[in-house]
Design a protein around this ligand. Structure first.
Ligand SMILES: Nc1nc2c(c(=O)[nH]1)N[C@H]1C(S)=C(S)[C@@H](COP(=O)(O)O)O[C@H]1N2
Ligand SMILES: [Mo]
Length: 377
């Protein structure tokens, strides 16, 4: 019997009604971890708490490995830079909130079977590197160029297709200044950790995670639109499998609440005591700056504006606050972000086959105890 890649790599599918999270999804969930939501407290996510998503294996790249980035294709001068060459360019540091396009997927009904994120696939870091437009200008773009393709050093098979991880940006985005795309060699002032792309990755502020190619070693300018798997097959918003679909690009607005009180170990349900409770969280949007965050503590019956701190980081999240007086009983909290273009979060669930860009508002059950008695330790 002939054994083919299709034997181990099956087509995308939706879970049956009532089908629980499977072993395949569990295996992905243990590799690709989310941000523990209490870490929303930090302006910059501490090392190890930023979410991680890797399709194949994390390449083994010891710290002293010599690494080269090449630029070729539809350019006047094909170029090759070592790490020291890249560090010799004027460095730019940008604070960026990154979110996986699949964040929210596991809440969909029916559930697309893939990495089962709830709401935690997010993190914020200060990324340092060279603006991509500077590297493109050094190579010189030839007339007729349309896309810039980025190739990572990781290799795998997905839905039967063997591939290196590759994504493209339209030339106008790649060479743009707003956002300014970075070829980054540092995260929070230190060399990139292995799981975040050591030694080099792309940073595309405001775009969902799939665009930020890790373990970057090749940039190719093309005169025809790039049709690789991660561009033309994956990361498209579709209702039906045969549709071409719309590409996933900028991050839709989202607000998350720092979980108040204390949690139950298993259910993660939140428990607070009666009286004043400071509710805080973060909000971000790739489409336009966050303009307001509204909160409800009674499942939508009443809504209140929260106080935003005027962040100076366009591509990083904003902190919001609201003072709540908790009364005994069960409560449901939700925060909802709206950006300056009027994009906001849906109150009822939109759906697409890949489970992308699901920014449905988060709903957090909180139990407020009847007494403010001394807690047991
Ligand atoms: N080479 C490569 N780059 C990649 C990926 C990958 O699997 N391989 N995953 C992408 C996806 S889907 C996401 S969400 C982000 C996650 O980046 P992080 O792990 O640093 O948070 O990396 C992107 N870049
Ligand atoms: Mo992702």
């Amino acid at each position: 019997m002939s054994r083919e890649l299709e034997d181990v790599s099956t087509p995308a599918r939706l879970a049956q009604a009532g089908e629980g999270i499977g072993r395949d999804e569990l295996a992905l969930a243990t590799r690709n971890h989310g941000l523990p939501l209490e870490a929303l407290r930090y302006d910059v996510t501490p090392p190890g708490l930023h979410y991680v998503l890797t399709h194949y294996d994390i390449p083994y790249v010891p710290e002293d490995t010599s690494w080269a980035l090449t630029m070729g294709g539809h350019v006047h001068r094909p170029l090759r830079w070592g790490m020291d060459d890249l560090r010799a360019f004027p460095a730019v540091t940008t604070r960026v909130t990154m979110e996986c396009a699949g964040n929210g997927r596991a809440r969909l009904e029916p559930r697309p079977v893939s990495q089962p994120w709830l709401v935690e696939a997010v993190g914020t870091a200060d990324w340092t590197g060279v603006p991509l437009r500077v590297l493109l200008a050094e190579a010189g773009i030839e007339d007729g160029a349309v896309d810039v393709v980025f190739t990572g050093a990781d290799h795998g098979v997905e839905r039967g297709v063997e591939q290196d991880y590759q994504r493209a940006l339209p030339l106008g985005v790649a060479a743009g200044e707003e956002p300014e795309i970075l070829v980054a060699y540092a995260m929070n002032g230190a060399p990139l950790p292995p799981q975040h792309g050591r030694p080099l990755r792309l940073i595309v502020p405001g775009w969902y995670g799939m665009a930020h190619v890790k373990w970057l070693h090749e940039i190719t300018v093309t005169a025809t639109p790039f049709t690789g798997f991660q561009q033309a097959v994956a990361y498209r918003i579709r209702q039906e499998p045969e549709e071409a679909g719309e590409p996933v690009t900028a991050i839709a607005p989202r607000a998350l609440v720092i979980p108040p009180g204390f949690p139950d170990f298993m259910s993660r349900a939140r428990v607070v005591r009666p009286g004043p409770v400071s509710l805080e969280g973060r909000a971000w949007s790739g489409t336009a700056p966050v303009e307001s965050v509204e909160i409800t503590t009674d499942d939508g019956r009443t809504r209140h504006e929260t106080d935003l701190d005027g962040t100076t980081h366009r591509w990083g999240w904003t902190r919001w606050r609201f003072e709540w007086t908790a009364e005994p009983g069960e409560h449901h909290l939700s925060a909802r972000a709206t950006d300056a273009d009027g994009n906001t979060q849906p109150l009822s669930q939109p759906w697409n086959r890949g489970g992308f860009a699901n920014n449905l508002v988060q709903r957090i059950p909180v139990l407020c105890l009847t007494s403010d008695g001394t807690p047991h330790r």
